[in-house]
Design a binder for this molecule. Sequence first.
Ligand code: PMP
Length: 440
Amino acid sequence: MKIDNSSALFERAKAVLPSGYTRQMVVTKPHPLYVSHGEGCWITDVDGNRLIDWVNNFSAQIHGHAKAEIVEAITEQASSVQSTTMPSEWEVKLAELLVERIPSVDKVRFMNSGTEANIIAVKAARAYTGKSKIAKMEGGYHGQYDLLEASYQPMPDAWGNIGEPNSVAYHPGTPQSLLDEVVCLPLNNIDAARAILRSRASEIAAVILDPWRLQVGMVEPQQDFLEMLREETEKLGIILIFDEVWCLRFGYHGYQGATGITPDMTTMGKIIGGGQPIGALGGKDEFMSVFALGEDGVPLIKHSGTFTANPMSLAAGYTAMELMTRDAFDALDSTNDRLREGLEAIRVDCELPGVVQGSGSVSALIMTNIPITDYRTLAFAAASGLLEKLGVFEKALLQQGVMTLRGGFVGSTPMTNDDIDFTLNGYRKAIEAVDKTHPG
Ligand code: PMP
């Protein structure tokens, strides 16, 4: 694999960006591959390496790259108006689409990222309930908001009691007063989480969780745990927020449609932007009323923003979402079922430990026999070599022209059976290569 042009760019980057990067999540050794262009599910770097893209910008690119209809929508919009204070019809159209599809959504507000959607969701929940604390799962990721970063990847010596996890800073300098506003819940531990919610209900404004999988597909909230959260929050006057920034790609009605559990508010992002920056908060009328003008003409939450609801993101997002019909979701899922079955068959054939898991258009190689049920068991598996092994496979797959992220495969609609065969073939060759260089 040629890397000369990427190496040269990285040398320049190190002079002007800390360690040469802007995005921590894409840090790779010895350096990243710099993109040249993409087409469908393929992406080409500046050295001419052509890779099948199973990362899809952390799941945002549901149609892969340069989808003709989206390119056309963006081009037309760019040659008309890129940003303005005036609302556009796209805002109404994308809101109508989300209201029609996502069970918990009667009304929508747009933002520019998933992080921002979660920030505004927290404000809304606080304004509605008059309470300040937010409950989240230990290990849950909700973007770059310091409040919700509490207990994302805490070190074992800070964990605290398993039934009552500590709220731990992710970054140095996080104020203790802010950590005190977070109540950490142990994922999938129904009795302990219920007890915490009951005992602290008078302080907790909202519970937020990604209802699908925490930590890049590794840990799955169980259905009965989600049901308990729905039941308890409703009884206790706590707002239940599903962070569907990632998992809205799970189906036509989002992940909530698949579970049959309807939260009070839903945060969205990624796929609803069609490749442009976006975030959105949706919810029942009652909860979204905090954004509506009161009798005095002033809302409880004065949400705004220079690029909020910009027509470029909305045009791309509406076009992308309109293309995601029920049939398009079914086709995407069945291509990815084929991938999962193929990866698992090769795993068994090559006698690798673990399992290939996932659902819908996202799959993960879990290369360990340690059962992963919550953040702590994941951290234990990671410390026992799982992350290292996934890193080795990520590199070996890249050599085969298959771009993945830490064992995760996120599909896109242009992928065909030939693309799956290419990927599976690459996986088998990657295993052989790893066996040679890392025997045992
Ligand atoms: N919530 C979840 C569940 C996410 O996966 C992410 C992004 N990976 C975010 C929030 C943050 O979204 P963004 O990167 O658009 O700020």
